[in-house]
Structures are given as structure tokens and as C-alpha cells.
Design a protein around this ligand. Structure first.
Ligand SMILES: [Zn+2]
Length: 188
């Protein structure tokens, strides 16, 4: 990402919204915004193969693995405003498991892009399914969208819930129920 170019665009944006980019408080804002966007969209430039490489471990277990409450911060692709919340992941391994911290980094990699919550949820579940050959995966994200809270309908307390279930999580309602019970939230 060319930060100088983005900073120039932000300077123009400041002018267009009625601000004076030369006023003292705003002098460094374009560079700060550019740096922030570089970070917030770094998922486009993350090497997935490298991230996943050191993340997978051999472990003979058939028990469901659950990782709850992974913090998610992303930007909605319609308004480029934040949505944020928590991601819960469950999967049934077939000999390979994901390191927990790497699972959180996988979530970050997909979240640090312009996203739809539905797509983010699916991308995470598919990647876990494919990279460790799990027999089933369930991902649920609960998030609040600033584009809904700050503008438009101004529904401050609405929470959007999305889920993606693959493999045995899709086929077996008992597995799905176990997942929902273990993450401690039931959404029909
Ligand atoms: Zn939005």
C-alpha cells in the first residue's frame, strides 16, 4: 500500500467534508489515517501459507476442539466503518489441530480487509476445514456494526449473528448442538 498516496487522498477528503487540512490538529492526520488503513487492511498482504505453516500440530484426538471469544475487528465493505465482536470456533480434528494463537491470527487475517460478516465467517470455516482436513467445522461470529449504530437506522443494541457449519457440523444436528452448548450460546 502506498501510504503517501493514501495520505494525499485523505487530505482531499478532509477538504471535501469542510475541514482545513492545514489546521494544527489535522496536520498529521492524513499520515496517521494512511498508517491505520495499512494495518486495518493488512489481511490482503498476509501470506496465508506462511501463517498456516507453523500453526498445525499432529495430535491424535477425536474430541471437539473449541476456541471461544476470539476478538474480531473488521471493516464493512459497504461503508468502510468498523464492525466488531467475537468469534467462536469449533472443529472435529482427524489427527491435526490448529495452534490456538494461530487460529486467532487466521481470524485477524480475514478480518483485516473490507468484509461482509457472512463472508468472513465462511472464509474462516473453509480455511480451517481445508488446512487441517477436519471432519467438521463450526464458526459463529457475533458483531456490532458501527454503520448501523452511528448512522441510518441507529440501532445501538443490535447484534448480528452469523454462522457457518461444514462437514459433520452440517450433517449432524447432535454435533451442531454440542458445538452450541460448548460455546455457551444458542441461536436458532
Ligand atoms: Zn456497513
Amino acid at each position: 500500500m502506498n501510504q503517501d498516496r493514501v495520505a494525499a487522498l485523505v487530505r482531499e477528503l478532509l477538504t471535501e467534508i469542510g475541514e482545513d487540512p492545514q489546521r494544527e490538529g489535522l496536520l498529521k492526520t492524513p499520515q496517521r489515517v494512511a498508517a491505520a488503513f495499512d494495518f486495518l487492511t493488512s489481511g490482503y498482504r498476509t501470506d496465508l501459507a506462511r501463517l498456516i505453516n507453523g500453526a498445525i500440530f499432529t495430535q491424535q484426538t477425536n474430541s471437539m476442539v473449541i476456541v471461544k471469544n476470539i476478538e474480531v475487528y473488521s471493516l464493512c465493505e459497504h461503508h468502510m466503518l468498523p464492525f466488531f465482536g467475537r468469534c467462536h470456533i469449533g472443529y472435529l480434528p482427524t489427527g491435526k489441530v490448529f495452534g490456538v494463537s494461530k487460529l486467532a491470527r487466521l481470524v485477524d487475517m480475514y478480518a483485516r480487509r473490507l468484509q461482509l460478516q457472512e463472508r468472513l465467517t465462511e472464509q474462516i470455516s473453509k480455511e480451517i476445514m481445508d488446512s487441517i482436513g477436519a471432519s467438521g467445522v463450526g464458526v459463529m461470529i457475533e458483531a456490532r456494526h458501527l454503520c448501523m449504530m452511528m448512522r441510518g437506522v441507529e440501532k445501538q443494541n443490535s447484534m448480528m449473528v452469523t454462522s457457518s457449519v461444514l462437514g459433520t457440523f452440517r450433517e449432524s444436528s447432535a454435533t451442531r448442538e454440542e458445538f452450541l452448548a460448548l460455546i455457551g450460546t444458542r441461536h436458532e
